[in-house]
Design a protein around this ligand. Structure first.
Ligand code: FAD
Ligand code: NAI
Length: 462
């Protein structure tokens, strides 16, 4: 029996970051992972493979739509799908091997296999029981199922199957206009699929700024997306090569059927706790099936902690990473902290969509007086030069103190631009602080500064 200061279960962004930080802080650390490779959902079947396919398909889109205008003439590239999947796989491999390297470098033991927790202080993998002063559960999430929809990962797929289809489908039906549906829908729309998104609500990407939602949907329609909104999917019927999706329109309860070569089910994810033995251990769960933790990420069982997708909060890799670092610091007797008010969200479509902090809706609900500074990328010279003038930056600031409360960006490199606002928010900056900071020209970031200027005496280029 081996014994450790801490054993982490799961090697996704929550687990592997927690492991590295624990080791850096001098704790004897092991991480249990059941998959053949480290890195969890994110590196194996999530963030990284999806971004590789988004990148490759975006290159094709650029070649087909913008090259000629820039004087780059010639035949557009054709799609070698098998090679694109090889490229995606090599991206996964370098990243997962990178984590293996970091584990070795930090002297973290990788215990291979699926773990159960028979009692606090003990982790069982196969026939072996390992001892640990503390345990961190970082077992992540899995796709939520939808009644009447049977996933075979070939014709009716989750994101996992959608990342390695046998071929580019002619007709792709996406159930759910959330992050996965729109990112992976974008990949296939660019590669030539006819993409139809069936969404229960009347707006895409629930919870997002309504102006961003409308602009985003308009842009996606321009890229060939079709949307069936206010439609509740009732079920799917699949053969070996085709499927039918039945949905009911909420406005009149009428039933419709749509044909597809592939159906992507992207209606959310749920915490993955199967096989851990949490019931027996007596770990309290939330009503939504997440592991309940206190503000130090400790569960109701002393010495058992949980982080990442398996607990409450946005299911995002960077949120899991931050919790991993903070929980490690708590275990090492330091002060671990995550500022849940400043966790950015990014959708890696083209253009990108990013947000942080409050929305106008949440501020109205809280009765907080706010002002809006908005700037269109049409007024940004760099964006216009690269066909990226559609979109805007919106900054929300406190009406009296000018403190930045949130930001919503749709436009070029939105996923990078948002971090300037995140840092400003962490420092409790005002919109004026951002507006007074010199921004290099010509950069997209000038649009952020202009939105901050618009919170005060006005933007210059609008
Ligand atoms: P996970 O990454 O899910 O890792 C959990 C690990 O635990 C898994 O490897 C699993 O095998 C292992 N495990 C589970 N149970 C056991 C057990 N009993 N014993 C041993 N091992 C076990 N987020 C972003 O921030 N940006 C993105 O661009 C992004 N893109 C995404 C794209 C897709 C298609 C998907 C599906 C998700 C995406 N996400 C993205 C979400 C992101 O992947 C998750 O939020 C993140 O991976 C959660 O990290 P985690 O450490 O909590 O869990
Ligand atoms: P999601 O929660 O983003 O979107 C699900 C959508 O499905 C919602 O719009 C919902 O209204 C709709 N829906 C639910 N039931 C339906 C039904 N019966 N019929 C029609 N529509 C229905 O979930 P998604 O896209 O599956 O993503 C899961 C998680 O993965 C996200 O919460 C996100 O945190 C994470 N993720 C993050 C990414 C990023 O950060 N770029 C990329 C991909 C995933």
């Amino acid at each position: 029996m081996s014994s450790y200061d801490v054993i982490i279960i799961g090697s996704g962004p929550g687990g592997y970051v927690a492991a590295i930080r624990c080791a850096q802080l001098g704790l004897k650390t092991a991480c249990v992972e059941g998959r053949d490779t480290l890195g969890g959902t994110c590196l194996n079947v999530g963030c990284i493979p999806s971004k590789a396919l988004l990148h490759a398909s975006h290159m094709l889109h650029e070649a087909e739509h913008n090259f000629a205008e820039m004087g780059l003439k010639g035949k557009s590239p054709s799609v070698d799908w098998k090679q694109m999947l090889n490229y995606k796989q090599s991206t996964i491999d370098t990243n997962t091997k990178g984590i293996e390297f970091l584990f070795k470098k930090n002297k973290i033991d990788w215990i291979k296999g699926w773990a159960t927790v028979p009692e606090a202080g003990k982790v069982k993998v196969g026939d072996e029981v390992h001892e640990a002063k503390n345990i961190i559960i970082a077992t992540g999430s899995e796709p939520a199922s939808l009644p009447g929809v049977e996933v075979d990962e070939k014709v009716v797929v989750t994101s996992t199957g959608a990342l390695e289809l046998g071929k580019v489908p002619k007709k792709l039906v996406v159930i759910g206009a959330g992050v996965i549906g729109l990112e992976l829908g974008s990949v296939y729309a660019r590669l030539g699929s006819e993409v139809t998104v069936v969404e229960f609500l009347d707006a895409i990407t629930p919870g997002m700024d309504p102006e961003v939602q409308k602009t985003f949907q308009r842009m996606l329609k321009k890229q060939g997306f079709k949307f069936i909104m206010g439609a509740a999917v009732q079920g799917t019927e699949a053969s070996k090569t085709k499927a039918k999706v039945t949905y009911k329109l909420r406005k009149d309860d009428s039933e419709h059927v749509i044909d597809a070569d592939v159906v992507l089910v992207s209606t959310g994810r749920k915490p993955f706790v199967d096989g851990l033995g949490l019931d027996k251990l007596g770990v309290e769960m939330t009503k939504r099936g997440q592991i309940a933790v206190n503000d130090q990420w400790e569960t109701s069982v002393k010495g058992v902690y949980a982080i990442g997708d398996v607990i409450e909060g946005p299911m995002l890799a960077h949120k899991a990473e931050d919790e991993g670092m903070a929980a490690a610091e708590v275990l090492a007797g330091k002060h671990g902290h995550v500022n849940y008010g400043v966790i950015p969200g990014v959708i890696y479509t083209h253009p990108e969509v990013a947000n942080v902090g409050e929305t106008e809706a949440s501020l109205k609900e809280a009765g907080r007086a706010y002002k809006v500074g908005k700037f269109s990328f049409m007024g940004n010279a760099r964006a216009k030069a690269v066909f990226a003038g559609d979109g805007f930056v919106k900054i929300l600031a406190d009406k009296d103190t000018d403190r930045i409360l949130g930001a919503h960006i749709i436009g070029p490199s939105a996923g990078d631009l948002i971090h300037e606002v995140c840092v400003a928010m962490e420092f409790g900056a005002s919109a004026q602080d951002l507006a007074m900071t010199c921004h290099a020209h010509p950069t997209y970031s000038e649009a952020v500064r202009e939105a901050a200027l618009a919170c005060g005496d006005g933007a210059i280029h609008m």
